[in-house]
Design a protein around this ligand. Structure first.
Ligand SMILES: Nc1ncnc2c1ncn2[C@@H]1O[C@H](COP(=O)(O)OP(=O)(O)OP(=O)(O)O)[C@@H](O)[C@H]1O
Ligand SMILES: [Mg+2]
Length: 345
């Protein structure tokens, strides 16, 4: 059994989360066949990624070899040493500022805010990249209308981000065969996919890298804070969530790990009736101010619940990119307020 044959078999082993095989990605360091044995060494450092690849390798070679010894050398890629929150790594040195959009709770509008904030920054003339860190529910590709695009790689073997409305986007949603493909990943695999998105995407030079975080205060949030010097986090909440502990959890997490908080956005603050334009404060008022005061964090702005924000977003057109001046202004003023908080404006 020669090496060429083994290489051909390994062409069908796909790196978790990426559309490419381990031969193309040069993940295979050594192939040493010896009678009915074969030794394969991989250049990866994440144990869960290793396990996933190892079991695929065994699957494609177990008919040809009795002993398959797959190993990996964590030292081969020294840049994969994880940082800590006190002294984070900087895996995105191509970006001047990094903004993390987060919340303690799901479904409050993080992705909508991330997308509109990114497009608003681009409208102000900045170079912007949006990283969708929600690997389990990536919906930013649909929100900017690139969900039909397929991941491409450039000559330097870097992933090419999708572009629309003046921003670059990278999302797991672009790497999976169809947008509703469910991902069953250990969180460490998710984390290593995100690190790959930081390091192996052709972002170019950026003024801002905006990160759309998954819901909660878990592994991914912590890793991002360890691997990136986050300039500001934006905490999104809804009036209902304010009465729960979710916002507090998110605020406390970022305070604890020393990530600067740029401010709070209160989303779905009030309802604007599409027929009359009248505003209804369904959930009462003053919640955003209360949280802002309690934690001494600026309130960047409030966004109403409107039919058109949801509709345009579902159609792949962020509200800030429509010609509805009132709607645009909600996001533009939040963006300006954030830049003021960050000392940029
Ligand atoms: N201000 C708004 N008015 C109307 N609809 C909104 C508004 N903000 C968000 N939505 C809608 O609410 C839904 C959830 O929003 P979004 O996906 O941005 O939340 P999320 O916090 O990112 O959710 P997840 O936790 O699942 O990532 C989407 O259908 C979105 O279009
Ligand atoms: Mg989201």
């Amino acid at each position: 059994m020669n090496k060429r044959f083994i290489e051909k078999r390994l062409n069908s082993v796909i790196y978790p989360g990426l559309d490419k095989d381990i031969m193309t990605l040069k993940t295979v360091k050594k192939i040493e066949p010896n009678g009915n044995k074969v030794r394969i060494e991989l250049a990866i450092s994440n144990e869960s990624v290793f396990e996933t690849i190892e079991s695929q390798i065994i699957d494609v070679l177990n008919k040809d070899f009795e002993h398959i010894d797959v190993s990996f050398n964590p030292k081969l890629k020294p840049s994969l040493n994880y940082g800590n929150t006190a002294k984070p790594n900087n895996r995105a040195s191509y970006a001047k500022y990094i903004i993390a959009v987060t919340s303690g709770k799901g479904g409050v509008g993080k992705s909508t805010v991330s997308v509109n904030l990114s497009v608003a920054l681009a409208q102000l003339g900045y170079k912007v990249g949006l990283l969708d860190a929600d690997v389990y529910g990536p919906n930013t590709p649909r929100m900017i209308g690139v969900n039909e695009e397929k991941l491409e790689w450039n000559d330097e073997n870097k992933m090419v981000p999708s572009e629309n409305f003046g921003i670059k986007l990278m999302s797991v949603g672009l790497t999976t065969p169809s947008s509703d493909t469910p991902l069953v990943w250990r969180s460490s695999v998710a984390v290593s996919a995100l690190i790959q998105f930081l390091e192996d995407v052709a972002w170019g030079e950026l003024d801002f890298l905006v990160i759309d975080m998954p819901p909660g205060t878990g592994d991914i949030q912590l890793t991002m804070a360890q691997e990136l010097p986050i300039s500001a986090s934006v905490i999104v909440t809804t009036p209902q969530a304010i009465s729960t502990d979710d916002v507090s959890r998110a605020v406390m997490m970022f305070k604890d790990i020393g990530v600067p908080i740029g401010g709070i956005v209160e989303n779905m603050s009030f309802f604007i009736a599409p027929d009359t334009g009248a505003a209804y404060e369904i959930f009462g008022s003053g919640g955003g101010e209360m949280i802002a005061n309690r934690y001494n964090i600026p309130l960047l702005g409030k966004i109403p619940l409107t039919m058109s924000i949801r509709q345009t977003s579902d159609e792949g057109r962020p509200a800030v990119a429509t010609d509805d001046a009132i709607q645009k202004e909600y996001y533009l003023s939040i963006t300006r307020n954030l830049l003021v908080q960050m000392g940029i404006l």
